[in-house]
Design a binder for this molecule. Structure first.
Ligand SMILES: Nc1ncnc2c1ncn2[C@@H]1O[C@H](COP(=O)(O)OP(=O)(O)O)[C@@H](O)[C@H]1O
Ligand SMILES: [Mg+2]
Length: 349
């Protein structure tokens, strides 16, 4: 094994591999660049992320992603193969994931094919949770991903989940329980306390994971627009079914009833726990434990869910740091008002 599991590529090789970043090779579009399919001179399939514009922000994302992905190795995290940085080019090279991202299968052009049968969904739920366990509990320093969502979970040839896109990730020094930062991430997946106060800790990823879990089960989007412009999040949508013990209604109808009812119930209950108030959320270690079907523990989860479904008293957050740096992030206001509504929803749950 080499000291570094990644290599520094030459621009020439990556231009060659991607047919000069040809449009036909484009497989993804993200916040700060495009992703291209390519084949190396050795014949390996790769994905190359290319920075669109060399802004300070984009360059920071590039640096963070390379820095963090360079440190991690896990079966459920997208592997970094290397990078190129020179002149105005910033390129990141990954293993190519032939089955695209989860969003393609849940809401995108492959949704109609229903390649994600129930066992695959369970596998993806467990795999992405295990990737997060590695980041939160095994990596040193610990890593908070901050942008867990369906488009950032990629699928390999066996439909195994690979958590990707570390451009927003944060390293957490030992002994620090939470940091206060500018809000990054995606509406619909943001933990309310993070969106409102920038309080970031592992439990923000747990919240996003809970949303993702409901999305995997139901194939509904994290937020939907109701007639009249009112927005409803996926937890608000699922809650009435949970209360009535009507879990079948939550499952993606495209599965045509082919699913394991016990597993659905277990997974929905875990998702509800993950999206509860921060102090009631489980760690990802517990989530994996529960997902792997501690039948014994399921009773415990049910009890906790019932617990917080009873209306709760208001919560105080007196320990919010005052030094929040809220300069140029334009989305911040939007995040906040969205989060406030979310938060009110949480207090009711
Ligand atoms: N290794 C890969 N294999 C296949 N598709 C990929 C790969 N990496 C990224 N993609 C595609 O490109 C999209 C954007 O990549 P991502 O890393 O999330 O970048 P961004 O930071 O711009 O969101 C993904 O949602 C996915 O569809
Ligand atoms: Mg992304």
């Amino acid at each position: 094994m080499k000291d570094y599991p990644w290599e520094i590529y030459s621009l020439k090789e990556l231009i060659h591999a991607t047919n000069n970043f040809h449009d036909d090779n484009k497989i993804g579009e993200g916040g700060f660049g495009s992703v291209y399919w390519g084949r190396t001179s050795k014949g390996d399939e790769i994905a190359v992320k290319r920075l669109k514009a060399m802004t300070g922000k984009a360059e920071m994302e590039f640096a963070v992603e390379v820095e963090i992905l360079g440190r991690v190795r896990h079966k459920n995290l997208l592997g970094l193969r290397g990078f190129y940085a020179g002149g105005d080019e910033r390129l990141i090279v990954y293993d190519f994931m032939p089955n695209h991202s989860l969003i393609t299968h849940l809401h995108g052009h492959l949704a109609a094919d229903v390649l994600l049968n129930w066992p695959r969904r369970v596998g993806i739920a467990i795999g992405s949770a295990e990737g997060l366990v590695y980041l939160h509990h095994e990596a040193n320093p610990h890593i908070i991903h901050r942008d867990i969502k369906a488009s950032n979970v990629l699928l390999d040839s066996d439909f195994q989940a690979k958590v990707a896109d570390f451009g927003f990730a944060k390293l957490i020094p030992e002994g620090v329980s939470h940091l206060t930062t500018r809000v990054k991430g995606t509406l619909g997946y943001l933990a309310p306390e993070y969106a409102m106060w920038g309080k970031v800790s592992e439990s923000c990823d747990v919240y996003s994971y809970g949303i993702l879990l409901l999305e995997i089960i139901s194939a509904r989007k994290p937020i939907e627009k109701l007639p009249g412009g009112i927005k409803r999040d996926i937890v608000q949508w699922a809650s009435p079914f949970v209360e009535k013990d009507n879990y079948d209604e939550i499952v993606d109808p495209r599965l045509k009833g082919k699913f394991n009812r016990e597993q659905v119930k277990n997974m929905v209950e875990i998702a509800m726990r993950c999206t509860a108030k921060p102090e009631n959320r489980p760690s990802m270690l517990m989530v994996v434990d529960w997902l792997k079907g501690g039948i014994r523990r399921k009773k415990e989860v049910t009890m906790l869910v019932k617990d917080y479904m009873v209306a709760e008293e208001d919560e105080d957050y007196n320990d919010v740091d005052e030094d929040k740096n809220e300069d140029e992030d334009t989305d911040y206001e939007r995040f906040q008002s969205r989060a406030r509504r979310n938060w009110d929803g949480l207090k009711m749950r």
